[in-house]
Design a protein around this ligand. Structure first.
Ligand code: FES
Length: 130
C-alpha cells in the first residue's frame, strides 16, 4: 500500500486556498517545535459564516495537504462548525495519514482555532460565553 493516499498527494500537489487575506477578520499562526513546521491561517467571516479562508504553510507535504483539506472543510461553514473541526476529521477526509504524520493534521486544527481565537479577541467576545 502506498504510504500516502491519493487525496493527500492531490492536496499536496494542488493545495486549495493558498495565500493571504489582507483584510482578514482572524489570523492564526502555529508551529510544531519538533519538526519546525509553521502554519498560518487567515479567515474572512461574514455573519458568522466563514466566507473565505486562506493559508500559508512552511512545512512538510502532510502539513500542506492537511491545511488545504482543512480550509475546504470549513469554507462556507458557520464559525461554530469550524470550532469543532478536529485533526481526526481532517486526516479522515484525506483518507488517512501515516501515524507518525498525524501531528501535521493537528497543526491544521490548531491553526484554525488560533485564527478563530483572534477573531473573537478582535470582536471583544469571549467564545466560552457563546
Ligand atoms: Fe511536522 Fe508535518 S512533519 S507538520
Amino acid at each position: 500500500m502506498a504510504l500516502y493516499s491519493e487525496k493527500v498527494m492531490d492536496h499536496f500537489r494542488n493545495p486549495r486556498n493558498v495565500g493571504v487575506i489582507e483584510d482578514a477578520d482572524g489570523v492564526g499562526e502555529v508551529g510544531n517545535a519538533k519538526c519546525g513546521d509553521i502554519m498560518k491561517m487567515y479567515l474572512k467571516i461574514d455573519d458568522d459564516i466563514i466566507s473565505d479562508v486562506k493559508f500559508e504553510t512552511f512545512g512538510c507535504g502532510s502539513a500542506i495537504a492537511s491545511s488545504s483539506m482543512a480550509t475546504e472543510l470549513i469554507k462556507g461553514k458557520p464559525v461554530s462548525e469550524a470550532l469543532e473541526l478536529t485533526n481526526k476529521a481532517v486526516a479522515e477526509a484525506l483518507d488517512g495519514l501515516p501515524a507518525y504524520k498525524m501531528h501535521c493534521s493537528v497543526l491544521a486544527e490548531e491553526a484554525i482555532k488560533s485564527a478563530l481565537d483572534d477573531y473573537y479577541t478582535r470582536k471583544g467576545i469571549n467564545p466560552k460565553e457563546q
